[in-house]
Design a protein around this ligand. Structure first.
Ligand SMILES: NC(=O)c1ccc[n+]([C@@H]2O[C@H](COP(=O)([O-])OP(=O)(O)OC[C@H]3O[C@@H](n4cnc5c(N)ncnc54)[C@H](OP(=O)(O)O)[C@@H]3O)[C@@H](O)[C@H]2O)c1
Length: 243
């Protein structure tokens, strides 16, 4: 049976969510519980910040720390779903010297961290029947806001590319690799910015439904769908202005 014929099912699965202490990651934990997950490793740099609930196991995991990843791998041998949600943004333009100074942390968190987790957990997913990976990307994967978070867009574009490579590579072991693209969310990341923001819990629920429907490129809001559709006409050449 091909992967498309047997999309991932969340009920009774075991999930690991990075950045699960707040924002979209916390919303994923809530949405997974509602979808009937058996257990969630709610990973955070400060696990004490994870909201405690039945079926939720707080886990210390800084995605940039390879020792944390090794320890998580030893503890979480039963997962069949990995959600790479943790991310950071710096809002500097590409010409701002700070963009370079902060680039290392942004690449480590948004690109290398998820890749390290996928490399580590791919054998676990295979052992547990294939499972699924959901990488959280952004509408800013495809467009860069003028004067906006240039390096962030670059990291999301890089992870998009890696996601596409990994999807092909992991197909043979039955692992569904999906990407979530969304424009703006009402979380700390966009605090104080006048932008049209979606509710994180609604986006998490939407993403999980789409994941279970076998969708590999999940577009969670109208703006993201419009941008994706306009790619072939070169929307990234004259992107919308920042709010
Ligand atoms: N907000 C938006 O408008 C938006 C739009 C599209 C995509 N996204 C993506 O959605 C994801 C979640 O963002 P959010 O809006 O929920 O942002 P957020 O509210 O700022 O939360 C970010 C989360 O990532 C965690 N994190 C950061 N660096 C980490 C590291 N090195 N190791 C482990 N965890 C780390 C944070 O943990 P701490 O509490 O320890 O800092 C926090 O839990 C990100 O990948 C982001 O790029 C966001």
């Amino acid at each position: 049976m091909s992967m498309e014929d047997s999309p991932f099912g969340i009920r009774d699965s075991v999930a690991l969510v990075t950045g699960a202490n707040r924002g979209l990651g916390q919303a994923f934990v809530q949405a997974l519980l509602a979808a009937g997950v058996r257990k969630i490793y709610a990973a955070a740099r400060e696990p004490a910040q994870v909201a405690l609930a039945e079926r939720v196991i707080p886990l210390r995991l800084d995605v940039t720390n390879h020792r944390d990843v090794e320890e998580a791998l030893a503890k979480c041998q039963d997962i069949s779903l990995l959600i790479n949600n943790a991310g950071i943004i710096h809002w500097e333009s590409a010409l701002d010297p700070l963009a370079l100074a902060l680039a290392g942390a942004e690449w480590e968190t948004n690109v290398i961290g998820p890749l390290r987790l996928i490399q580590s957990f791919a054998p676990v997913l295979r052992k547990n029947g294939g499972g699924a990976i959901l990488n959280v990307l952004s509408a800013l994967t495809w467009v860069s806001l003028p004067g906006g978070p240039a390096m962030y867009s670059a990291t999301k574009a890089a992870l998009w590319s890696l996601t596409n490579s990994l999807r092909t590579e992991l197909r043979s072991q039955g692992t569904q690799v999906s990407a979530l693209h969304v424009a703006f969310l009402a979380t700390d990341m966009t605090q104080g910015r006048q932008l049209p923001k979606a509710h994180p819990l609604e986006v998490a629920k939407y993403a999980l439904t789409a994941l279970q429907g076998g969708e590999v490129e999940i577009l969670a809001d109208g703006l993201t769908r419009q941008l994706k559709q306009a790619l072939s006409s070169g929307v990234y050449l004259s992107p919308p202005k920042q709010g």
